[in-house]
Design a protein around this ligand. Structure first.
Ligand code: DGL
Length: 246
C-alpha cells in the first residue's frame, strides 16, 4: 500500500489532506500536526528547521513512501534540510503552487498576490520561483490574522471582512492569488467575494496536480485512503477538526 506522511504545524494541513483524500492517491495517510507548538508562521528559520527535523524523526517510525509538507511555512524554510535527512521523497507545497499558477495564468504581466505567514513571506520563496518563470508583478503579504480566526471556526462575516479590508484595501487588484497557507482555503469563498475576478491557487489542489503529473500517481488508485491522525498536543481536537473539515 502506498503510504504518505503529511506534516503540518497544526490542524491546518487537513485542507491538503482533504484534496489528497478526494483523489485517493494513497492507501494510507499518516498525519502529524505539531499542535503543541503551532503557529510556526511567526517563528524564525532555525526554529522551523529544528521542529521539522523532529517531525521527520516521528515519520521514521512508519514505513512511509513519501512525505508531504502541507505547511507552507515548513515548505518555505525547511524543505532542503528535510530532503537531506530523509530516505524517502519530500514534497513541499510551494513548487506545486507555482506550477498550478503557471497552468492557469499565461500572461507574465499578471498581478499576482501571494499571501502567507510572516515566515513564508520573509523567505521570498514564492517570488523567486515566480520570477524564474517570468512573472514580475508580485505582491507578497503576510496575512497571519486569518490563521487564529479560521482556527476559531470563522470563515466569513464581519471579522473576515475587516481582516480583508485591513490587508487588501491599498493593493492593486490581483489577477491571481496564491493561498500560501494551509488555513486560507477555508476563507477562499470570502476572498473570492472581495476579489471576484481573481484566480485562487490552493495548496491542496496544487499538490494533487503535482503528484499526478510529476510523480505519476494515479487518481483513484485506491478504493479508499485510511487516515491516521497524530498530534503533539490534544489529538482529540485534531480529530474534531478533521470531522468538521473532511
Ligand atoms: N501551517 C502554516 C502554513 O501553512 C500556518 C499556521 C502556522 O503558522 O503554523 O504556513
Amino acid at each position: 500500500v502506498l503510504r504518505a506522511g503529511v506534516f503540518d504545524s497544526g490542524v491546518g494541513g487537513l485542507t491538503v489532506v482533504k484534496s489528497l483524500l478526494e483523489h485517493k492517491l494513497f492507501g494510507e495517510i499518516i498525519y502529524y500536526g505539531d499542535t503543541a507548538r503551532v503557529p510556526y508562521g511567526p517563528k524564525d528559520k532555525n526554529t522551523i528547521i529544528r521542529y521539522s527535523l523532529e517531525a521527520l524523526e516521528f515519520f521514521k517510525n512508519f514505513d512511509i513512501d513519501i512525505l508531504i509538507t502541507a505547511c507552507n511555512t515548513v515548505s518555505a524554510y525547511a524543505i532542503e534540510e528535510l530532503r537531506a535527512q530523509a530516505d524517502f521523497p519530500v514534497v513541499g507545497v510551494i513548487e506545486p503552487g507555482v506550477l498550478a499558477l503557471i497552468n492557469k495564468i499565461e500572461s507574465r504581466d499578471a498581478n499576482i498576490l501571494v499571501i502567507g505567514t510572516k515566515a513564508t513571506t520573509n523567505s521570498q520563496k514564492y517570488e523567486r520561483l515566480l520570477n524564474q518563470h517570468g512573472y514580475h508583478h508580485i505582491t507578497s503579504l503576510a496575512t497571519g490574522l486569518f490563521v487564529p480566526v479560521v482556527e476559531e471556526g470563522i470563515y466569513n462575516g464581519e471579522i473576515i471582512k475587516s481582516i480583508m479590508h485591513h490587508y487588501f484595501h491599498k493593493l492593486q487588484t490581483p489577477d491571481a492569488i496564491i493561498l500560501g497557507c494551509t488555513h486560507f482555503p477555508l476563507v477562499s469563498e470570502a476572498i473570492n467575494r472581495y476579489y471576484e475576478e481573481a484566480v485562487l491557487i490552493h495548496s491542496g489542489e496544487s499538490i494533487v496536480e503535482y503528484l499526478e503529473s510529476e510523480l505519476d500517481l494515479k487518481k483513484d488508485a485506491f478504493k479508499e485512503t485510511e487516515l491516521k491522525l497524530f498530534a503533539t498536543e490534544s489529538p482529540e481536537n485534531l480529530k474534531k477538526v478533521a470531522t468538521l473539515w473532511l
